[in-house]
Design a protein around this ligand. Sequence first.
Ligand SMILES: [Zn+2]
Length: 128
Amino acid sequence: MNFLKGTKIYSIMTGSCPVCQQESMYQVSNPYKLNETLKMHERCSHCETKYKIEPSFFYGAMYVSYPVGIIFAVSAFLIGYFLLKLNLVATFLLIAATMIISLPIILRLSRNIWINFFMHYNKEKKLS
Ligand SMILES: [Zn+2]
């Protein structure tokens, strides 16, 4: 992953601060601790970036979660139907299970993508 540092992909995949990429935005690294999936630090301790730019900033991530969810669903379909050669009902169940199981990941990915629309990597930004 380290070779991607400085790119938006790195911040999106790791959930790290979009500006300095030095630390995670999330308080708990495991997204499957369900009551803490979306708990985030208020600011980055390295560059003091405030993640929540404005109140309810992350509601916008809902728009992102839709296409992200579709990517997961289509992947599940392709794997189930073409790779595992399941019938349509089994494929449908696989898609449903995939969506439920990957929901915490989809939620975080959506937030990471959303915040990366607004913030950009800046190596120079450090605590003064
Ligand atoms: Zn930072």
